[in-house]
Ligand binder design. Structure first.
Ligand code: NDP
Length: 297
């Protein structure tokens, strides 16, 4: 196996949260110069000592050849870009689950400085980030993607170029709204079964070997809800944000989508029950449990 690292390209990662910390950990396997920045700087220093990356200031990070960001929303990314201009020839790869129209604005802003912006949100949860098997849905310029691909490859299982600027964010928003829909629908189904005295583990064994199966039934419900663990790995308010982006897209084109609109409302209502960031996305089902009086366990 060729273990020589790439020395000609500096890679930076901004935002070492639940996803970013793990995604950035794969980069030093291929690149000799990996810089990390985090608002709470201690996390960057911890990353540097754990993975032999280099903790740098934000101003330094944005001068890399390939700049990754993974922040809660497009607002934080736009704010950073408004204060720091990357160098000409660089590619900014935004792995935030963001807003398509902001991707288009940022791509056009960076193009004026000779650099490129790719919206490249990811899917696969923190375990996918840990294992380097994330699905990356990319919107933007194909040449910029070819340049950034060796770096994205470090944490990806699938990289799909889905269209022009904003397309990656759009696909991600719809994907996560489908996750919320599947989770809510499966939870309603299990409530009905429990009311009829059916054992839910047995029921899921059947559903997961049948046509009603989804990630919600095979993974989220057994590993987070039925066991009452609700591990906090993906914030409910971020899922509600993603559903909101999907509904904004729907409204822009007036494509009727009553079911997804309903799911987005349910997700927002569930999120509003918690202070920001304090609940896992699987806590969404507790809103249903409050209504039905039936615990999904
Ligand atoms: P976290 O809340 O764990 O991390 C957010 C990161 O952003 C932290 O590093 C935080 O810094 C930083 N940050 C927050 N606000 C600011 C700011 N104003 N300026 C600079 N930095 C800031 O989020 P996740 O890692 O879970 O999610 C990141 C993105 O990835 C989101 O868009 C999410 O929707 C998406 N995503 C999440 C998945 C998951 O399973 N968690 C799966 C797929 C996508 P600090 O440490 O200082 O708070």
């Amino acid at each position: 196996m060729n273990t020589e690292k790439i020395t000609s390209t500096t890679v930076a990662f901004i935002g070492l949260g639940a996803m970013g910390y793990r995604m950035a950990a794969h980069l030093p396997k291929k690149f000799a110069q990996v810089q990390v920045y985090n608002r709470t700087f201690k996390k960057a220093e911890q990353h540097a000592s754990e993975y032999s990356t280099q903790a740098v200031t934000l101003a330094e990070a944005v001068q890399a050849d390939i700049i990754f960001s993974c922040l809660p929303t497009s607002a934080e990314v736009a704010s950073i870009i408004s204060q720091h201009t990357p160098k000409a020839g660089s590619v900014w790869v935004d792995c935030t689950s963001g807003v398509p129209s902001v991707a288009q604005q940022l791509a056009s802003t960076l193009a004026q400085h000779g650099s490129a912006f790719l919206d490249a949100p990811v899917s696969g949860q923190t375990t996918g980030a840990e294992n380097g098997t994330l699905t990356v849905m990319v919107g933007g310029d194909a040449t910029a993607l070819a340049k950034a691909k060796p770096a994205i490859d470090c944490f990806a299982g699938l990289i799909e170029h889905v269209g022009e600027s904003g397309a990656g964010f759009a696909v991600k928003a719809i994907n996560n709204t489908l996750l919320a829909a599947n989770l809510w629908a499966a939870s309603e189904g299990l409530s009905i079964l429990k009311a009829h005295g059916v054992n839910l583990t047995n029921a899921l064994n059947c559903i997961n070997a049948s046509s009603g199966q989804s990630l919600a039934s095979s993974n989220i419900l057994p590993n987070r809800v039925l066991n009452r663990q609700f591990p906090n790995t993906f914030a409910l308010n971020l899922l509600a944000k993603d559903c909101g982006i999907a509904i904004d897209l729907q409204q822009q084109k007036q494509t009727p989508s009553p079911m997804l609109a309903q799911v987005a409302s349910l997700c927002r209502a569930a999120s509003n029950q918690h202070t920001a960031g304090s609940a896992d996305f699987s806590d969404m089902v507790k809103l249903l449990e409050d209504w039905t009086g039936i615990e999904i366990s």
